[in-house]
Each structure stands twice: as structure tokens, then as C-alpha cells.
Design a protein around this ligand. Sequence first.
Ligand code: SF4
Length: 611
Amino acid sequence: MFGWNGKLLHVNLNKGKGVADKYEAGMAKNFLGGRGFAAKILWDELKPGIDPLSPENKLVFAAGPLTGFALPSSGKLIVAAKSPLTWGYGDGNIGTFAAVHMRKAGYDAVIVEGKAQDPVVLVVRDESAEFLDAKNLWGLNSFETVRKLAELYGRTVGILCIGQGGENLVKYANIVSQEGRAGGRPGMGAVMGAKNLKAVVLIGSNELPVANPKEMKELGAEALREVLTKPNYAFWKRQGTMSTVEWSQENSVLPTHNYSEAVFKEAEAIGGFAMEKIKVSNRGCPQCNMTCGNVVKDSDRKESELDYENVAMLGSNIGLGNLRRVAALNRVADEYGLDTISLGNVLGFAMEASEKGLITEKVPWGMFKTAKALISDIAYRRGYLGNLLADGVYSASEEIGHGSNRWAMQVKGLEVSGYDCHTTPAMALSYGTCSIGAHHKDAWVISWEVKAGRKGYTAEKVDKVIELQRVRGGVFECLTVCRLPWVELGFELEWYPKLLHAATGTEMPWEALNLIGDRVLNLIRAFWVREFGKKWNSGMDVPPARWFEEPLTEGPMKGMKLDRAKYESMLHMYYGKRGWDEHGVPLKSTLNKLGLKDIAHDLGRHVKLSD
Ligand code: SF4
């Protein structure tokens, strides 16, 4: 096999042992890598109904066949597990040297199961897997942990770790690398913490297996040069995703005051141009020549890496219009290892609950000191409110009641990302049907929708959501290459089959890649249905009530809200096009057609499948 290593590493923390395992060529052909491998491994190896924080859960780090080669933005991996936040499939991607090292150590995935008796660091160095006592690291934040491990192993190795958030099982704790690159929104850090696994160090020294070395070298270099020629390149290097703040404000989709509004009076102060004034450098993932992390000096005079999502969620969504302070909250969240999207969401929820008198704690909108203290309380699960918010917005709304579930902004338990959907039905559908809950990564359809026209609930919109889910949520997440060269600079999709051919020697036109995208998305849907069984229903694909019930009161889109009946009919159109039944469950024939006959058979033992 070329491109792929053909090997997985199974690590059992109960036994303190790692065992390498070969996988069949069919796995590579049918599931490609990254998210596809993770979903297949979790389907095959997890017993349905397990507690995500129990030793039975498995944490999968997986990469794709292009990961680690010198080509645009190929330094990412996927981390996946059953999510403690949603109790469904959870994953996230991280740009990290760990991705490159894992592949060079000879593995396409590392699977961690069990629970160590005491805190440990897993050290994978080529063929060997060792365990380092981590008692002296437990309690350190993620930046300190990375620095300590870098002192031991060097600054160029791959390090993935958790902060106090993961240790204290905050349900949206993530995994952090390289002091600020983070991923695994639906609590992948908590899964790691529950296993007493403080960090994973990966050190690989082998050459990647490549089918056509000359072609790979030349094509990769040409592709990297191509990125530099794109018209938007210079502006992208200046602002990265931060210009989206101004775009979202102009188009009334900037989450503001817990998504009650979509324009923010102080948007300019937290936008891309304001960021440029305090920017000190760019940071990014390995193998990337369009590095998009904007490093700024925050209000604590420390460095913080900003992008659109963390500014929208810790800025406008909580009513904070001071960018240095937003940056400080972002840095603190990264240090604790808390997902900034979910964090901004729960803080906004707490501020609204406080304003409405549903909690006794005073949490005023935009109050920096209060927000910062509350983040610390969440990371340590300190006090009633810290502990409540550590379980996520769905759980918090269940606890405080009084109809707060109508403005608890989540789908399937995962907090909504940084785009308001009062005026954008296709984006609402994208959140509703995303494979991990309300995340924007599978189908960021909003920029297309704003241009195409927001009012319709049309078949064209459904098709666009599906098309993006295939490419972004499917192919890019399986290849584990970053989608931003394509999305932001127009780096052509035609490059990827060519690069894949050079790496693997296999012809994979987009038609074949899209089929893999559909296969993986259906497999993940089957995972959710298997977990929820009879409780599964189409309401789980519907975004929060606020967007249907409370029109915007400010900005050019004042008076607008989503139409529930039209959304539901669009959702059923989506089900039809996907080959799913009226509850959003894949038909037996759909799974069979995608080569998932064994999945259909297994799923059929948990729920009744229609033909
Ligand atoms: S564009 Fe940004 S997110 Fe993508 S690989 Fe480069 S630095 Fe990472």
C-alpha cells in the first residue's frame, strides 16, 4: 500500500501496552482516512450505550493519506470518540506536528482505550509505545504542559494534551497542541481526562510510503506555489478568518447577546482591521503556507491566537467589544483546554439567564472580569454556576428550566458555532444535520446563501448543503487536509485527485471521493441512531426555538426569523435526497448502495429500518 501506512496502533491504558495492527486495503479504499477511519473504528469497536467517560470509550487519532506530505495545509489529524457532551459521534480536527509525526511513526491512526491508574503521558516513538508518569503535569494548563514536554522531547515533536478543563471533565474540553492549536469540540479533552491521559507525544522518523515520489515532490511544490498566486493571498495573510467579523456584521449574521440579535454595535472594534492594529505575528499548522492564526497581544500582555469563531463567540455573543480583552478570554480558554465556541455560547446563556433572573449569580453582558472568573470556575467545576455550565448549554437549560431551552443555542447537545441563523434557512439546515451537532465545518453554506438569497427554503439550498457536506465534512475531514485553501483562496478541487494519485498510485476522481463522503456521513448517522435507538427523532435535526420564535429587532434584517413549517419541509426534502426515512434514519437500500450492508444489518438489530 502506498500513501497509507496500512497500520494502526491500539493502546490499552489498563494494561499499559501498545500493539500495532495491520488493516485491510478495503478500509483505505472505502473510508480514506481521518474521519472515515475514526467513524469505522468507533462503529466496529464501541459497544452501544456505553458512558463516554468510562474506560470503554475509545479515543481515535486518525490522519489521511496526504497527511504529512509537502503539499498545501496537510498537517492535520482528526480526534474522535463517543462524545460526553452529546452522547453521539464526536470529532474535531487539529493542525499539529503530531499529525505529521504519527504518520512518520508508521501509523494512520492511534486508538486509545481503557483508563490508566494514575495520570500518564503516552509516548509513541516509531515502533515503540511507552508511558511516562504524568503526576507532575496533572494540574498544569495546556501551554505549560506543552512547554514541559518540549523540554524533554524537543520543540519539533508532536504533542497533544489537555488542560484543567479536560482533567475536570468539562464536557466541551478540547485537546490542545502547540500552545493554541486546538480541536475536538464535543468533549474529546474530557474523554482524554477520564482516561487519566494528560498528553500524547508522537515522534516519527520514517519516510512516508509514496507511490510516485518524483510526481509527489513536483506536484506538491507546484501546488504550494499555486496557493501563493491566489489574488486574496496577501489579504488572507493579514487577516485570516478575522475579516468575517465585518462580513457577518454587514450581513446580519454575527451572533450577538446569545444569538438574540445578529448585529453588534461594537463590531468594528473587534473586526479584522482592529485586529491588524494589535497583531504581532502569524502562527499556523505545519505544512501550511497560508498560516491563519493571528497572534495578538492581549489585555494581560500575553500572546493569544485569534480567528473569527473565537472572536464572535467571546466578543459579540457575550457583548464584549474590546478586542484585547476578547483575546485574553480566548487565551485563557486555550490554556484551560476549553472549546471557545461552546464556551462563548454557555457564557452568553449565563448572561441572559442572569438578566432574566433565572440564576442568582450576577453575570452582566460584556463584563470582562466576571467572564474571566467564570471561565476559571468552569474549568475547575467550581461553585454552582461553574459546575452547571461545565456540562454544556443543553444540560444547563434542563437544570434551570423556565423555558430556557428555547434560547439554549444547541443542536443534538453541541453548542451552535459563530453564525446567527434568523435569516439563513440553509445554514440552519447545515447546523441541523451536521454530523457532530451544530457545527459549521461540514457545510459552511452561509456565504453562498447570502449571495443566492436568504428567503427561500428550496431544493437548490438542500442540494448545496449536501454538496458541501460531501466535500467538507466528507472528503476534507477524511483526507485531513485543511479546506481553507479551497474555501478562502479558491485553490482548485481538481488538485486533490492528482495529489492522491501521486501519493497512493490510485485513481480517485471526485465522483469516487464524493461517494466516500456520503458513505462516511451515513455511517456517522447510523452511529447516532444506534446510540439513541427508539429515542432518535427528526426533532434532533432542528435548530433552537429562538430562531423560529423571536424576530431580530435590530439591523437591516429587523423583523426576520425562520419559518418552522418551511424548515421542517426543507428537512424532509433533505431526508429524501439523502435516502433516509421520515425520521432521518438511513433506508436499508441507501446503506446497501453505499457498501454499508454490514452496518445496515447491525443497525437493524437496534431500530427497524425501512427498505
Ligand atoms: S489555513 Fe489555517 S487552519 Fe488551515 S492549515 Fe493553514 S494555519 Fe491551519
